[in-house]
Design a protein around this ligand. Structure first.
Ligand code: APR
Length: 248
């Protein structure tokens, strides 16, 4: 029984594929292209859904490559303005709220980011179905899983095509607000174009003192990654969440 368990659909350590994944993608696609951003009405949602499915169905869930998502990305390249982008790390809900208030965009405001937001997906070699029992976890199973590679490809493109001032919301309640192993740290910061200005906001939980600051060692590390690339850097710290949303 143990052998069956380890070799079967239950062997991974991450949550399984979201039930009704295909239907959710399809619904979200129509909602986005027809209601939320009617300027993208010409996108073909059936084609997009099929390209998404064929990226990972029947494949080893630990062998995702950027190439697997090429067709999907070509079908749904983002059209959001390059100078209004907000990045985040451990601050997703806050970043969404901030972007909405200020007329800015996060990756989840692009078509593909919107489609996949909060979902899980993986397949199984030799099977036409999604594995709804378990999917590989980045730390415990493999980094090259389909969900992680998806967010990496999307994030890389989102960052490298950004222009003007790019903002990033980091979590000032953590000891290291800048995490070199996060997608922001590994993929986005190192792919910003020269001459871009990165505006860092260090936002902490209300009612608690901040734990990291613009002069702390984690932000210094970020600063050095950026200066190598000629990206300008501005940092504001000591911002409580509520104050930040109301006043920034
Ligand atoms: N929904 C679910 N999971 C997501 C989403 C999303 N919309 N975006 C990213 N993820 C996954 C990624 O695997 C990511 O590593 O959840 C993880 C979130 O981890 P954090 O450490 O909070 O943030 P980070 O790794 O820095 O990734 C966020 O990458 O997706 C881009 O533009 C986005 O700037 C943001 C950064």
């Amino acid at each position: 029984i143990y052998k069956w368990y380890r070799s079967g659909l239950n062997r991974w350590h991450g949550p399984g594929s979201t039930p009704d994944f295909q239907d959710i993608i399809e619904d979200r696609c129509y909602n986005y292209t027809q209601r939320i951003r009617p300027d993208s009405r010409s996108r073909n949602c059936q084609e997009i859904k099929q390209a998404f499915m064929s990226a990972f169905i029947s494949k080893d869930p630990c062998k995702a490559t950027k190439e697997d998502y090429r067709r999907l990305i070509d079908l749904a390249d983002p059209t959001v303005p390059c100078n209004k982008r907000v990045l985040w790390s451990k601050t997703k809900e806050l970043a969404r709220e901030y972007a909405k208030l200020r007329g800015l965009v996060t990756l989840e405001d692009t078509l593909l980011g919107f489609l996949a937001d909060r979902l899980h997906w993986c397949g199984e070699p030799g099977s036409p179905d999604l594995n709804t029992w378990s999917c590989p976890d980045w730390e415990k199973d493999c980094r090259t899983n389909y969900r992680s590679v998806f967010w990496e490809v999307l994030s890389e493109r989102f960052a490298e095509s950004a222009c003007g001032t790019v903002q990033v919301l980091l979590n000032g309640s953590l000891e290291n607000a800048f995490d070199e192993m996060s997608i922001f740290g590994r993929v986005e910061a190192p792919n910003l174009k020269p001459m871009v200005t990165l505006q860092v906001w260090l936002v902490h939980d209300p009612g608690k003192p901040p734990r990291d600051s613009c002069s702390g060692s984690s932000i210094k590390k970020l600063k050095s990654i950026l200066s190598e690339r000629n990206v300008r850097f501005i940092c504001r710290d000591n911002l409580s969440r509520d104050l930040f949303l109301r006043s920034s």
